[in-house]
Write a protein that binds this ligand. Structure first.
Ligand SMILES: [Ca+2]
Length: 535
């Protein structure tokens, strides 16, 4: 009998290469830097790493504007460095996932440069979405880019091309078989170099419908797609179901073909995880039907409040929905696109929630620095680099706060990250948060993660469903407590600001903060703390 595949309940550590470790003093993290820190990554108890893009790119959108998907950008090293990084990771028994960005290329990609030269009606233009202007000169439709402004940019001969994101990121035309064939080449290229799978950027966006039709409410749609714009929930959900360029049925045909490619690698157990923001939530399950992808990100915890009934609802829903397609959920508290959980929720809250989530069925994603309890960096406006800050002329601060480099050692910034000047400023106030300091402190966030991830592997993974013990639906001893049991471990999270006494017998394996007080079949859980109890 085949055992459960490695990815099924893996803990996956997300590395933002530019911010992880700089090996050559130019102030930016790179592939040799990652390789030199893989022993540290292994010490966390994770199963795999996922790297945000390190491909050839003009870097107008943090490397998600790819000019050559089958090469390494010189700022990160070269292909030999990538191969070495993969091999060293494997020597530590760490799997490697890389990002792919199939919705668009950079305008610096040779295909797009050729399309500009080749002119209307050419094979070169058919790889993208080029259309003539309307008779009055306006763009072919009224769609608005996710980064603001029209989704169309006009070229010299008067045609327009479609870009859902920045004008430097032309959308690929997935109706063209050449696009599919080229992407297959990219997937094989990285698999043949040794990677174990992919994270698929904007996985729901590849197929566009009704490209020549106006949307009845383009501004409403644009607002509905942005979580930083407040909107009535019903209205948002209704609009999100009318997006003509997201979550179309055609994307599933593409992933069925990709799955056959992945499966052709046999025992390698290649996996792929989709970034798919879709509504209603049940639509996410379609991406992980048995003949499609392996995992789909669940974004519910990236902006969830620290509130028992809300957390119960989103956790329970994710588990139940995924069960309908015989898949397991994924969990993430932070990533490179959202504020860090310690800043958003509070330090102690983020530790409690991490410990709560680590026990749940499915795969857990940890964003590098989360294990240190890093807050968002405080960045002076003149040092900001995110195109969102620049394009909105400062009205949105952008995502740089979550991308500040990691503090490794020493008493002053840049804390060993680089021998030069870090690409985003680091703060001296992080001196208690370095890997060096936290390794020596038994109660540090770092040691909590190490301890918990090892205990998770030992006691919780592959232990089937959870049974809710305390929830708004299943009855509670306290309205501030959520609890479940999985296998021989019960997980209790006290979200309240006062200690709570609950009836449990067993041995406390780990606690996120404070000291549990147990006697006579009862344990007092400190305020804002999670405990694991072994029965
Ligand atoms: Ca560097």
């Amino acid at each position: 009998m085949k055992s459960s595949p490695w990815w099924k309940e893996a803990t996956i550590y997300q590395i933002y290469p530019r911010s992880f470790f700089d090996s050559n003093g130019d102030g930016e993290g790179d592939l040799p830097g990652i390789t030199s820190k893989l022993e540290y990554v292994k010490s966390l108890g994770v199963d795999a790493i996922w790297l945000s893009p390190f491909y050839t790119s003009p870097n107008k959108d943090g490397g998600y504007d790819v000019a050559d998907p089958r090469d390494v950008d010189p700022r990160f090293g070269n292909l030999a460095d990538a191969k070495k990084m993969i091999d060293v990771a494997h020597s530590f028994d760490l799997r490697v996932l890389v990002d792919v960005v199939p919705n668009h290329f950079s305008d610096q990609h040779v295909w797009f440069q050729a399309a500009l030269k080749a002119g209307r009606g050419s094979i070169e233009r058919s790889r993208f979405h080029f259309y003539d202007a309307n008779p009055d000169g306006t763009p072919p439709n009224n769609w608005i880019s996710l980064f603001g402004g029209p989704s169309w940019t006009q070229v010299e001969d008067g045609q327009y091309f479609l870009h859902l994101f920045d004008s430097s990121q032309p959308d690929l035309n997935w109706e063209n078989p050449e696009v599919f064939a080229d992407y297959e080449k990219t997937l094989r290229f990285w698999l043949d170099l040794g990677v174990d799978g992919f994270r698929i950027d904007v996985a729901h966006g590849l197929v566009k419908e009704d490209v020549l039709t106006d949307h009845p409410d383009p501004q409403g749609l644009s607002d509905a797609l942005r979580l930083d714009v407040s909107m009535d929930v019903e209205k948002r959900y209704a609009l999100l179901q009318t997006v003509p360029y997201f979550d179309r049925q055609g994307v599933h045909e593409i992933y069925r073909k990709w799955r056959r490619l992945f499966d052709s690698y046999g025992d390698r157990d290649v996996m792929a995880v989709a970034e798919a923001w879709v509504q209603p939530p049940v639509n996410a399950t379609r991406y992980v039907r048995p003949d499609e992808l392996h995992q789909v990100f669940n974004f519910d915890l990236l902006d969830a409040p620290f509130n028992a009934s809300h957390l119960y609802e989103v956790v329970n829903r994710a588990i139940d929905l995924m069960k309908t397609v015989d898949a397991l959920p994924t969990w993430a508290l932070s990533n490179h696109d959202s504020p860090r959980v310690a800043s958003r929720m509070g330090e102690q809250q983020s530790r409690a929630l991490a410990l709560f989530v680590f026990g749940l069925p499915g795969s857990t994603y940890v964003y590098a620095g989360q294990e240190l309890g890093l807050p968002d960096g405080v960045i002076p406006d003149e040092s900001r680099q995110d195109p969102i800050y620049i394009r909105t002329k400062g009205s949105q601060k952008g995502r740089d706060g979550a991308r500040v480099p990691l503090p490794w050692n020493g008493e002053n910034a840049p804390f060993g990250f680089t021998s030069g000047t870090p690409w985003l400023p680091m703060q001296d106030s992080w001196k208690e948060l370095t890997v060096e300091k936290q390794s020596a402190e038994p109660k540090s966030s770092l040691n909590l993660y190490r301890n918990a991830l090892n205990l998770r592997a030992e006691h919780l993974v592959n232990n089937g469903d959870i049974e809710w013990l305390e929830s708004p639906e299943h009855g509670t001893q306290s309205s501030t407590v959520l609890a479940y049991r999985r296998g021989n471990v019960s997980v209790y999270m006290n979200l309240g600001n006062s200690p709570v006494e609950v009836e449990i017998t067993g041995k406390v394996l780990v606690i996120s903060a404070g000291i549990p007080d147990g006697r006579d079949g009862k344990i007092t859980i400190p305020a804002v703390s999670t405990i694991w109890v072994h029965h």
